[in-house]
Design a protein around this ligand. Structure first.
Ligand SMILES: Cc1ncc(COP(=O)(O)O)c(C=O)c1O
Length: 391
């Protein structure tokens, strides 16, 4: 049999999605892969029914249906404080996943270097390798996940083509401060580097933390490719609607990558989602209140279980410290947790370049009863752990 591409030996299948299969195998409450178990907004579902009946059912314009791009540009221009032209600054993609891949292939030549903060969302390493580039890792050190300015400067000194910025951040829940972003911006400008943002959690924030769009910083629009999606904001991870925003010259190139990767995002779902993009400010305030309640409910259980964790500032993940249980291997711990305790999380090592083996990531985008079921089980974790790994 012919050999498959050597690129593929440089990364493994997604640990996150594997943990979902482990959860199913053991009937565990699945707090591993980050997707909601509650319904999207009713108005959006009604719009989807309408689109199913009335169409469109054929390809949309490859870089996005005109009404979707107009609604998106209107919403994002207001949120980001930037003038966005739906015909010049937008490519509609199949989720932020495709937007990130398209952005990387647009920005990078084979052999280029790309700065990735560690911990990172798993896809960034695969995106970098698939686009022929090479990662430079800069640690965000737990528990507060700040970067060392000197370390970042040394990474920029290696002549990267791009930096990937996940903000609010998965898995750490970090929201980068404006000062941190300005520091990155100064370096990006000095070294003429693209910043590729993944901002899928732009609307999931916990007071007093606020999201700053990197592209909105002085002078940064010209070197930023902003990727995001509707997956998390409207609880529609399965609809596969995302986008990238950027300056016209970059967007024109990204359209070509996108066209040959996927042709386009689902036309009837773009049509339906125009409704969501027109929601008023209340929707986003309610979303924050909803997630704040979920976070507080789940963290309350962690407190009662006496587990240490870093309090998330944004996104819907929490990293729990399992050092006290004395396991050398967090993957084995996560599997034991799913089997013996009945709660599935993701071993922290899958997010870190450094040898970090003492963290488990849980997500809390779940109904209160799901979080309570997981929380009740976690209350028994210490007891189970005392009985030994074979129980
Ligand atoms: C940081 C981050 N980016 C992208 C995605 C995937 O987004 P999409 O559904 O838009 O492809 C996720 C999903 O968990 C994520 O956490």
């Amino acid at each position: 049999m012919p050999k498959t591409s050597g690129r593929l030996s440089q990364f493994t299948e997604s640990v996150i999605r594997r943990m979902t299969r482990v959860a199913n195998q053991f009937g565990a409450v699945n707090l591993s892969q980050g997707f909601p178990d509650f319904e999207p907004p009713a108005a959006l579902l009604q719009a989807a029914e309408r689109a199913a009946r009335e169409g469109p059912h054929q390809y949309a314009i490859t870089w996005g249906a005109a009404n979707f791009r107009a609604a998106l540009a209107r919403k994002q221009a207001r949120r980001m404080g930037l003038p966005l032209d739906p015909d010049a600054n937008v490519v509609v993609t199949c989720g932020s996943t495709e937007a990130m891949m398209a952005a990387m292939m647009t920005a990078c030549n084979p052999g280029d270097k790309v700065i990735i903060f560690s911990p990172f969302y798993e896809n960034y390493v695969a995106d970098t390798i698939l686009s022929g580039a090479e990662p430079i890792y800069v640690p965000l050190r737990p528990p507060d996940f700040a970067f060392d300015p000197g370390e970042l400067e040394r990474a920029f000194a290696q002549g990267p083509r791009a930096l990937i910025l996940c903000n609010p951040s998965n898995p750490s829940g970090k929201v980068f401060t404006r000062e941190e972003l300005l520091f990155i911006a100064r370096l990006a400008e000095a070294h003429d580097v693209f910043v590729i943002t993944d901002e899928v959690y732009e609307h999931i924030l916990y007071a007093p933390h606020q999201h700053t769009y990197f592209a909105s910083l002085p002078g940064m629009f010209e070197r930023t490719i902003s990727c995001s999606s509707l997956s998390k904001t409207y609880s529609i991870t399965g609809w596969r609607l995302g986008y990238l925003l950027g300056p016209e010259a970059v967007v024109n190139e990204a359209r070509k990558v996108h066209d040959f990767l996927t042709v386009g995002a689902p036309a009837p779902l773009q049509e339906a989602a125009v409704t969501a993009l027109g929601f008023g400010d209340d929707y986003y305030l309610d979303l924050q209140a909803l997630y704040t309640a979920k976070r507080d409910l789940f963290l309350g259980y962690l407190d009662r279980a006496g587990l240490a964790y870093t309090r998330p500032q944004g996104a819907y993940y929490v990293l729990v410290d399992i050092a006290e249980f004395g396991w050398a291997d967090d993957v084995a711990f996560a599997e034991w947790l799913a089997r013996a305790v009945g709660v599935a999380g993701v071993p922290g090592s899958s997010f870190f370049r450094e040898p970090v083996r003492h963290l488990i990531r849980f997500h809390f985008a779940k109904r209160p009863e799901t979080l309570a079921a997981a929380g009740e089980r976690l209350l028994g974790l210490r007891e189970r752990a005392r009985s030994g790994p074979d129980c």
